[in-house]
Design a protein around this ligand. Structure first.
Ligand SMILES: O=C(O)CCC(=O)C(=O)O
Length: 295
């Protein structure tokens, strides 16, 4: 049995039975260990009678290709999927803020916003978010099991940006989550912006300022994949200074996104995500409507 295992390890389990060794060869005898100088599998032991042939079997499931990550970097409207939850759409507008304006806005917001590090909770364990944030809106915002209190005191620069983003997107927003990635080690993990307070099919408009970071997206796997993301579609969008990205339709239901840590130097980056938050009563109503229309 030991011989069989050893032979399978050295030659692969598809190897055919080998000829019987010469009677003088001894198992574990001097010089007979694999790995010792001059050792050979032919020297390691006598093959018993009735050895089986090893045959290669095709895997039961056909091998699947892992889809290549697609890169989106040009201005345009992209329908990234058509699923049971609807169409998921992205709109990318590089240069939404011209360079000098973007430089000025970045400097103002970096210096003047009340940045702080929020504590979140996962499985009852507290952890600090690996970035700084601040929140604007008449309603509080709860995500990752902790709450950002309502803050109706919008900075004047943010009010102007909200008007510009609303005009370009033709959506209106009542809230803003600001993220400050201090360097390449700051990040945001895989998630969807799908809290009940955002209502069904939320539109998120995300303005990036400062150093370029890679915004990654991955499609949520079908139920039969049991949470395995290996074979899902993936997208990468480099978000450069002054770029506006709008996520619409079923994007938050059918996709996740992240900004991963990078292990080479990155300067600071500010990301402003304009959203619409509904009160508890409003979101209960919105979910009720949606469930009704799906039946
Ligand atoms: O920084 C970004 O581009 C993404 C931010 C984000 O995913 C979020 O605030 O939910």
């Amino acid at each position: 049995m030991g011989d069989k295992r050893q032979r399978a390890r050295v030659q692969g389990s598809w190897a055919a039975s080998l000829p019987k060794p010469a009677p003088s060869a001894k198992v574990g005898g001097a010089g007979g260990n694999i790995g010792s100088p001059g050792a050979s599998v032919f020297q390691t032991g006598a093959w018993g009678e009735g050895q089986q042939m090893f045959k290669f079997h095709q895997p039961a499931k056909p091998l699947r290709d892992i889809p290549a990550e697609k890169v989106i970097k040009d201005a345009g409207d992209y329908e990234i999927s058509h699923g049971p939850s609807g169409v998921s759409r992205l709109r990318l507008i590089p240069g939404f803020l011209p360079q000098t304006e973007a430089d000025w806005v970045f400097a103002q917001l970096y210096a003047e916003l009340p940045w702080s590090q929020k504590t979140n909770f996962r499985l009852g364990q507290a952890y600090l978010e690996p970035r700084l944030t601040c929140w604007y809106g008449d309603l509080p915002y709860t995500y990752s099991n902790s709450k950002r209190q309502a803050n109706p005191q919008w900075h004047a620069v943010l009010n102007n940006l909200k008007d510009m983003v609303e005009q370009a997107s033709r959506y209106s927003f009542n809230s803003l989550l600001c993220n400050l990635y201090r360097d390449g080690k700051d990040s945001i993990a895989w998630h969807s912006d799908n809290e009940p307070s955002l209502g069904p099919h939320p539109t998120i408009a995300s303005l990036s300022l400062g150093d370029t970071r890679c915004f990654s997206m991955r499609k949520k796997p079908a139920p039969e994949e049991n949470g395995d993301y290996t074979y899902v579609e993936k997208l990468r969008i480099p978000l450069v200074h002054g770029t506006l990205l709008i996520m619409e339709g079923a994007t938050q239901e059918d996709w996740q996104h992240q900004v991963a840590k990078e292990y080479h130097d990155r300067g600071p980056r500010i990301n402003l995500t304009f959203r619409t938050i509904y009160s508890e009563a409003q979101s209960r109503g919105a979910l009720g409507d949606r469930q009704g229309s799906q039946q």
